[in-house]
Write a protein that binds this ligand. Structure first.
Ligand code: AMP
Length: 147
């Protein structure tokens, strides 16, 4: 079995995210692998059943959120000693973007939390579940406490 060469940490900046980050860092150190971090800024809702029409996409708000996300990512990158070019931000659906970025960057291990924002009541959150089903490489789901 070959050692992992490129590990991707999927960071949602939610509670217990440090445990996921610490596990990814530990694995990268053990395997002497490159570590990249990806945060996906989820698309803002475009429709609202209450209005029955499309809500205009707010570019200003997205740009502000992107700025805030980049700041959080830079701090995490600094803590984990991950260089800027390996701190990635994408816009879209987390599970799809995590898998796409992993494939494009020849990642051989993805590290996610068992649940985060979307999966508090679930054994496995929807992102972790979606990544596990779609990924073409290994996936580690770090078990996180429910509270
Ligand atoms: P969830 O499906 O929201 O319960 O999240 C499970 C795990 O998926 C989290 O612990 C993260 O590792 C990853 N994840 C969820 N949302 C994002 C996101 N927006 N960007 C990057 N990773 C994410």
């Amino acid at each position: 079995m070959e050692n992992y060469k490129h590990i991707l940490l999927a960071a949602d900046f939610f509670s217990h995210g440090e445990a996921v980050a610490a596990r990814a860092k530990d694995l990268a150190d053990k395997y002497q692998a490159k570590l990249s971090i990806l945060h996906v800024l989820e698309s803002l809702p475009l429709t609202d059943p209450a209005y029955g029409s499309v809500v205009p996409y707010d570019m200003d708000l997205t740009a502000e959120m992107m700025k805030a996300a980049k700041k959080r990512l830079a701090k995490l990158g600094e803590d984990l000693k991950v260089p800027e070019q390996s701190q990635l931000i994408e816009l879209g659906s987390p599970k799809l973007e995590i898998v796409r970025i992993a494939q494009e960057n020849k990642v051989d291990l993805i590290v996610v939390g068992s649940h985060g924002r979307h999966g508090l009541a679930l054994l496995l959150g929807s992102t972790a579940n979606g990544v596990l089903h779609r990924a073409t490489c290994d996936v580690v789901a770090v078990r996180l406490p429910e509270s």
